[in-house]
Write a protein that binds this ligand. Structure first.
Ligand code: CO
Length: 134
């Protein structure tokens, strides 16, 4: 069921410092900041050969990243995103086995314009998992 690693998302308290750190310390290819108001985040993409890292910073008061940064003021890994062939088949299989899908349990349109679901971190050893339709 599980396919490629699509991205790893890291919440950061200062996007500019984080982008410069990846660019200068690690020599990474780093995008400019992109506001995604409907998801309450500003994102910088770090392009790697086999996947990407998304540096997330809260945008707006109701940002889901705000609370995370309150608990992790220095930043931290927020989620990992795996691709699946069929998000509806994948969600049903997970629910049938007792895994919890966040929100109303149905796929939503994610930050890349594709349907996604988020799986409860308590079911996956403390890691928030995003599944994205390939
Ligand atoms: Co994501």
């Amino acid at each position: 069921m599980i396919g490629k690693l699509n991205h790893i998302a890291i919440a950061v308290p200062d996007l500019k410092i984080a982008a410069e750190r990846y660019r200068n310390f690690l020599g990474a290819k780093v995008s400019g900041p992109k506001d995604e108001p409907e998801h309450g985040v500003t994102v910088v993409f770090v392009e790697l050969e086999n996947t990407k890292i998304e540096l997330l910073h809260p945008l707006g008061e109701k940002s889901p990243i705000q609370e995370f940064l309150k608990k992790n003021p220095k930043g931290g890994m927020h989620h990992v995103c795996y691709e699946v062939d069929d998000i509806f088949v994948a969600s049903k299989k997970l629910k049938d086995q007792g895994a919890r899908i966040l929100g109303n349990g149905e796929p939503i349109i994610g930050a890349h314009g594709k349907p996604v679901v988020f799986l409860h971190p308590k079911d996956f050893f403390g890691t928030l998992i995003e599944l994205e339709q390939r």
